[in-house]
Design a protein around this ligand. Structure first.
Ligand SMILES: [Zn+2]
Length: 440
């Protein structure tokens, strides 16, 4: 199955330049392997050449520039596998944001990608956008017409008529129409296919019920695979997870267990076992719930009854998702890191908070970092990024201190390279308040 087309990024904008050597106290390669002590990372023409360990045979980096960061850690640029670039992440609902029209949404997408990059997130995967706006932003960034995280995009998410995010233009029902919709998205250069397997936060949709029949989901997956595209399915209820597993989907987003309109959940260990057995990875999206809690807590006034109800509901959901993450990890389910940035109160620089919440849910620092680098790249089929293996794009992050002792170190980048070129760093003091916050 072919992966996304982000390799094209480097070909379009690559500049041939001199060798760069980066040295630091340690290097985390993104695969989950133990760190390399006192490494020398060699980069040339926007690509990783090699990581040289200490000792004999190490080149004297005389012919290139040397970037030396004593006490720091080198790791791959981070990947946020679940964002919505169209939406600002400053509060508006999807229904409110869409009133501005597609041109504004395209412009918003460029700002979103820039916010991510400034926090060390060198690639984002967009999980649903209006029309072809995410393809337009991806193209502008590939051409170097703006600065931002590299974009991997599905375009419109496929949804039932009136289903979650129907406003984005991806409505289709029935086997024939769904096959056509997949073909249209592939024609329009979708890197992968996103399906709304249940309702969600869009007004009037039912998050506790599956959207497509098994027959319909099978048609989507079959057509996508015939076209070399992976399929990931938004699942907020147990039955939607079962349908995604049976249809042979490649990945699941959220994996919640809602049972009613009030937002109650009932964890289903049997379905989790099936998920683990099928080897289908899940995207976490933990920040999105916590961000809502932070928002209502930050209001400097008495809350209305509906605001108070919202803070209670999101606090419960945030706690449940961490508990489920822990139980599902123990059951053998693999996770990748994604924030759902753009949705409501979730800014694009919050991936480190996501990793900290994952750590609360039992992931080691090394495993959390892998879930946002090497494991993320493998799961989304992006084999040009995510690790510091020779030949990959030199998307590199250097941070102060040791993120394995405390993931908070990731909030202090000293160097961000994209295809070997230094990028602007936001700096801790300019991160959004949510990105600076700690888990609940
Ligand atoms: Zn989403």
């Amino acid at each position: 199955m072919c992966g996304p087309t982000i390799g094209a990024t480097s070909q379009l904008t690559q500049v041939r330049d001199m060798k760069t050597f980066v040295s630091a106290a340690q290097l985390i390669d993104g695969t989950g392997a133990a760190p390399v002590r006192n490494p020398l990372l060699e980069i040339e023409n926007g690509r990783i050449v090699k990581t040289h360990a200490e000792g004999a045979g190490r080149p004297a980096p005389s012919e290139g520039r040397i970037l030396d960061y004593p006490g720091a850690t080198i790791l791959p640029g981070l990947i946020d596998t679940h964002v919505h670039l169209n939406l600002p992440g400053t509060g508006p609902t999807l229904e409110e944001a869409m009133r501005e029209g597609h041109e504004v949404m395209t412009a918003t997408s460029m700002g979103s990608a820039a916010q991510a990059l400034g926090a060390g997130i060198t690639t984002v995967r967009d999980l649903g956008a209006f029309g072809t706006t995410s393809f337009a932003a991806r193209r502008a960034l590939q051409l170097g017409y703006g600065k931002g995280a590299k974009v991997i995009a599905c375009g419109q998410p496929i949804t039932i008529t009136g289903g979650h995010c129907w406003q984005m233009g991806g409505e289709a029902d029935g086997v024939e129409n769904l096959r056509r919709k997949v073909r249209e998205l592939c024609r329009d250069t979708a890197d992968f296919i996103k399906v709304m397997g249940s309702g969600g936060g869009t007004i009037g949709t039912k998050s506790w019920l599956p959207s497509f029949t098994l027959e319909e989901m099978r048609a989507i997956v079959d057509e996508a695979h015939r076209n070399g595209r992976r399929v990931t399915v938004h699942c907020l209820c147990a039955q939607s997870i079962t349908i995604a597993i049976e249809a042979g989907a490649d990945q699941i987003e959220h994996a919640n267990f809602l049972v009613d309109a009030a937002g109650r959940q009932e964890y289903e260990p049997k379905i989790v076992d099936r998920l683990a057995e099928a080897g289908i990875p899940v995207t976490t999206t933990l920040v999105v719930y916590v961000a809502s809690v932070f928002h209502y807590r930050s209001l400097q006034r008495d809350l209305t009854p509906s605001e108070q109800a919202a803070i209670d509901r999101w606090t419960i959901r945030a706690d449940e998702t961490v508990d489920y993450l822990e139980r599902m990890t123990r059951a053998g389910v693999r996770f990748v890191a994604g924030t759902d940035a753009g949705w409501r109160f979730t800014p694009f620089d919050t991936l480190i908070l996501e990793l900290e919440i994952m750590a609360k849910g039992g992931h080691s620092g090394l495993a959390a970092i892998a879930a946002a680098t090497g494991v993320a790249a493998e799961v989304i089929g992006a084999d040009d990024i995510g690790t510091l293996a020779p030949g990959r794009a030199a998307d590199v992050l250097v941070v102060k201190g040791d993120p394995l002792t405390d993931l908070d170190a990731l909030r202090d980048p000293l160097l961000i390279l994209q295809d070997g070129r230094p990028q602007h760093i936001t700096g801790r003091e300019n991160l959004s308040p949510t990105a600076r916050a700690k888990p609940l």
